[in-house]
Design a binder for this molecule. Structure first.
Ligand SMILES: Cc1cc2nc3c(=O)[nH]c(=O)nc-3n(C[C@H](O)[C@H](O)[C@H](O)COP(=O)(O)OP(=O)(O)OC[C@H]3O[C@@H](n4cnc5c(N)ncnc54)[C@H](O)[C@@H]3O)c2cc1C
Length: 824
């Protein structure tokens, strides 16, 4: 009996081990055969049961090992069902899926990320020239802009600032040097946008757009040599201001459904009959549109008279149109949440353009969607993430400093536990965001165009920007609310929804894109299965499908084992402080791969409509990516122990959110039985991860409210003027001054408590303290300076009661009176 039990346990252990290591059919057959021999010799199992087991093994052995038999008996019928269930994909969906590359996201989907590979990827670096540009013209540009003046008085950047932007090449950062551009890396581009964003959202967006999805990038990748030679040098030097118009009133998130058309026709052009397009369009929300000289336009091309031969419906196409061209209506403005970068609608009716205005020429008709998707794949991970981390870094600097400068109840507010909570979130999220930005930019500089990771960066960075700005606002209280030249947060707060909406609105990105695209692009087998179905190749399908089954079984075994053991035996990079995080992440990567597969197997094509599940699966993938970036950043920074509080908080917070997302997937899984099984496999010991502790939050908050090397690294790259006449310069100086004054103030307080100082009023108390020798003149001067800075920092603006619009207001009042009289 004992022997039989031993053999049974051994068989189960071997099966588990084989599943864990995704053994091939041959090994399975040998191992199971050995187990059955053991059972046959020692087992008291009835003979009939043994016969059934042997027969099952023979069937398994034949089907598993003789591919031709497996293909015809098993794979072929499955292939038939698979093809009938595979949802039809439109050309635009297919092109979106095909865009870009798969990078670290592929490893995360594998369930077995190779951490050393991640750590070996080169660190993001600036060339001396890029560094000089950031420390030179970029700093200078920041010093030239006053965002209040821009956003409230001028509603535009001043002419000298526009000129500086053009002259110094800010609009051509991504254009290669051979065309007169700066030819910067993605990382340098991100650093520039980040720095400008910490000074002026308007200037940052004006610089961002020509460098991200727009005519410049499209021309570089797809333009004809003539188009490149003509436009790129002009764009690089700011002789052309570009915009790109995709969005239409009826086609926002679903931009591919645009009603804008280009009809292939022949018309007289420059004195001769010319083949071209007659365009009719109505676009809105187009950034830089009102000042653009060059309009990039996406439309659907039709050839009803078959002038090109072939199809009538030719697909989405992109063209470049000078805005001075007859029939182009451009120049009116939208007013997006008080942000005063140029943004507006444009339209045209029956506007003729020659074929060579199509980007890439006539041969690129119908390629527009692919072009846009491919450019978006990279661009999405630069501009908006840079703007978001700018918000994080700025909030860390300003909120930390303000929380030290602002005292209530005789205590700097940053020392209250209630304020420590938002400060911890600001610091922790900022560390994570910076890591994500830096690691993703480095990937782009290695030549990757990671479409899924770009969507993750865009979504998670802008969402975290929202969190940190909200927290910063709360810590600043009324100081953040009253707009005016002394408010350095309000405009950022107002602008957050813009970043959330543009370049793929966030709800859509989370619900549909991240996992939807990721599951197909990054999964080791799904795309191969789909390709096999498209090519009707049962041989390719056989390989992909059975490998996929093996992969899923292996992940189930690995998830259970790592769940039970807390992943303690999983290999991880040798770093005392971070080893456990790597191990836990391997565990969750495995569990994620399993959840993704089970979701696809059980829910199939309708998973696309199960957006809440898809969103949570996307959250898990995203959090794994963000945590990977944080760990890599820690390594790339040389394992600086003083930044561990940031790292720890960020990883605990992310891991807890990841657990919530996984729990949500399992709890809401449509099949109760599968849900129960998944819970046992993924969380065999229950939900064991906790949120960051209060102590962890305290350590982060402490780092933000005083100067330190770790704080400097966290906020590195922002515009931080040394000039105390500048509000931000004053804020940082104020923090230093207040900290220096604290021990002196303590001496005065102690003397007062001891009854030595009897004067009333701050100034009188300090003067008496000097007279009594409690403090020195120098110390008194130090405190005076701190109080003066403190006062300036906490003050807000006030205006005359008509906000300087007395004339307008009295006219409106008269008009109202006239209406009232007329009504009577
Ligand atoms: C300031 C600003 C600047 C812009 N600049 C440009 C530009 O330069 N060029 C350009 O072409 N466009 C530009 N846009 C357009 C921008 O890309 C669109 O606003 C965006 O694509 C969303 O479209 P929409 O505003 O019409 O929202 P809608 O498409 O109406 O979406 C509304 C909401 O529904 C959600 N949603 C939609 N479909 C789904 C779904 N299937 N599942 C879940 N949720 C869904 C969205 O996430 C969003 O939250 C700009 C917009 C703004 C506001």
């Amino acid at each position: 009996m004992l022997t039989s039990l031993f053999i049974l346990v051994a068989v189960v252990a071997v099966i588990w081990a084989l599943a864990y290591h995704a053994a091939d059919a041959g090994l399975w057959t040998v191992a199971l055969g050995a187990g059955l021999i053991g059972l046959s010799i020692a087992s008291p199992l009835p003979g009939a049961a043994l016969v059934v087991l042997w027969l099952a093994l023979i069937v398994f052995g034949v089907i598993g090992n003789i591919k031709s038999i497996r293909r015809s008996l098993l794979t072929a019928p499955i292939f038939k069902i698979y093809k009938s269930l595979l949802p039809q994909m439109s050309q635009t969906e297919q092109e979106a899926l095909d865009a870009g590359t798969v990078w670290w996201d592929g490893d995360l989907f594998s369930g077995k990320p190779d951490w050393n590979k991640l750590l070996d990827y080169p660190k993001a670096r600036l060339t001396p020239e890029e560094k000089a540009f950031i420390e030179g013209p970029t700093e200078q540009l920041c010093s030239m802009v006053n965002e209040w003046e821009v956003s409230h008085e001028r509603y535009d950047l001043p002419p000298n600032v526009w000129q500086f932007i053009k002259d110094r090449g800010f609009l051509g950062m991504i254009i290669p040097k051979e065309y007169g551009g700066l030819g910067f890396s993605a990382y340098a581009h991100s650093q520039v946008v980040m720095k400008i964003s910490t000074r002026s959202g308007t200037a940052a967006v004006s610089v961002m757009v020509p460098n991200s999805l727009g005519p410049g990038e499209l021309l570089m990748h797809y333009g004809t040599p003539e188009q490149k030679n003509h436009y790129l040098p002009r764009l690089a030097k700011g002789l052309e201001i570009p915009c790109f118009a995709l969005t239409a009133p009826d086609a926002g998130s679903d931009a591919a459904s645009m009603p804008d058309v280009g009809i292939v026709c022949k018309e007289m052009w420059e004195g001769r009959e010319t083949l071209g397009l007659r365009l009719t369009w109505e676009k809105r929300y187009i950034t830089l549109g009102p000042v653009a000289t060059l309009l990039g336009l996406a439309f659907k091309c039709y050839d009803p008279d078959k002038l090109l031969g072939g199809e009538v419906d030719r697909g989405i196409t992109c063209a470049l149109i000078p805005t001075s061209h007859k029939g182009v209506n451009i120049g009116r403005r939208h007013f997006p949440l008080n942000a005063t970068f140029m943004n507006g609608p444009n339209s045209g009716k029956d506007v003729f353009i020659p074929m060579d205005w199509i980007i890439g020429g006539q041969s690129m008709i119908g390629q527009g969607w692919r072009m846009l998707m491919e450019c978006l794949a990279a661009g999405r991970s630069i501009s908006l993430p840079a703007q978001s981390i700018a918000a994080g870094k700025f909030a860390s600097m300003a909120t930390g400093a303000y929380a030290r400068v602002r005292s209530q109840f005789k205590t700097p507010i940053g020392k209250f536990e209630g304020i420590e909570e938002p400060l911890a979130r600001i610091g922790g999220h900022t560390y994570l965001m910076d890591a994500c930005r830096t690691v993703t930019a480095a990937a782009l500089d290695m030549g990757e165009k990671p479409s899924v990771l770009s969507a993750i960066s865009k979504y998670h960075m802008t969402e975290r920007m929202r969190l940190v700005i909200n927290d910063a606002m709360d810590v600043h209280g009324g100081k953040g609310i009253c707009l005016g030249p002394h408010n350095y947060l309000g405009r950022a707060y107002q602008s957050v929804p813009i970043a959330i909406t543009v370049e793929g609105a966030n709800i859509l990105t989370r619900s549909l894109i991240i996992f939807g695209q990721g599951a197909i692009r990054c999964h080791p087998w799904v795309l191969k299965e789909m390709k096999a179905a498209r090519e009707n190749s049962v041989v390719a399908f056989d390989h992909a499908f059975w490998s996929h089954i093996g992969f899923t079984i292996s992940n189930a075994a690995r998830a259970t084992w790592t769940g039970i053991t807390g992943a303690r035996f999983v290999p991880a990079p040798a770093c005392e402080e971070t080893k456990r995080y790597y191990q836990q992440m391997t565990r969750f990567s495995t569990a994620f791969a399993l959840l993704a597969d089970v979701s696809m197997f059980v829910i199939g094509g309708s998973l696309k409509r199960k957006e809440k599940l898809s969103a949570r699966l996307g959250d898990v993938l995203s959090l794994l990516y963000l945590m990977s970036c944080a760990l890599k950043q820690y390594e790339d920074n040389g394992r600086q122990k003083d930044e561990l509080p940031f790292l720890r908080w960020a990883l605990y917070d992310s891991a807890f959110k990841l657990q919530v997302a996984m729990d949500g997937i399992i709890a809401n899984f449509p099949s109760r039985i599968v849900s129960l099984m998944l819970r046992v496999i993924v969380f065999p010991r229950g939900l064991t991860l906790t949120q960051p502790t209060d102590q962890m939050g305290h350590e982060v908050a402490e780092l933000l409210i005083q100067p330190s090397a770790a704080r400097n690294r966290l906020i590195a790259g922002i515009y931080l003027p040394k000039d105390e006449n500048d509000l931000i310069g004053k804020l940082e100086a104020g923090m230093h001054a207040v900290i220096a004054a604290e021990p002196v103030e303590a001496k005065v307080r102690a003397a007062k408590k001891a009854g030595r100082i009897t004067a009333r009023g701050t100034e009188a108390e300090f003067e008496e303290a000097v007279k009594l020798g409690v403090i020195t003149d120098t110390e008194h001067a130090l405190c005076k300076r701190a109080r003066a800075l403190q006062h300036d920092i906490i003050m807000v603006d006030d205006f005359d009661k008509h906000f300087g619009k007395q004339q307008v207001m009295s006219e409106k009042a008269d008009e109202g009176l006239r209406h009232a009289e007329a009504a009577e």
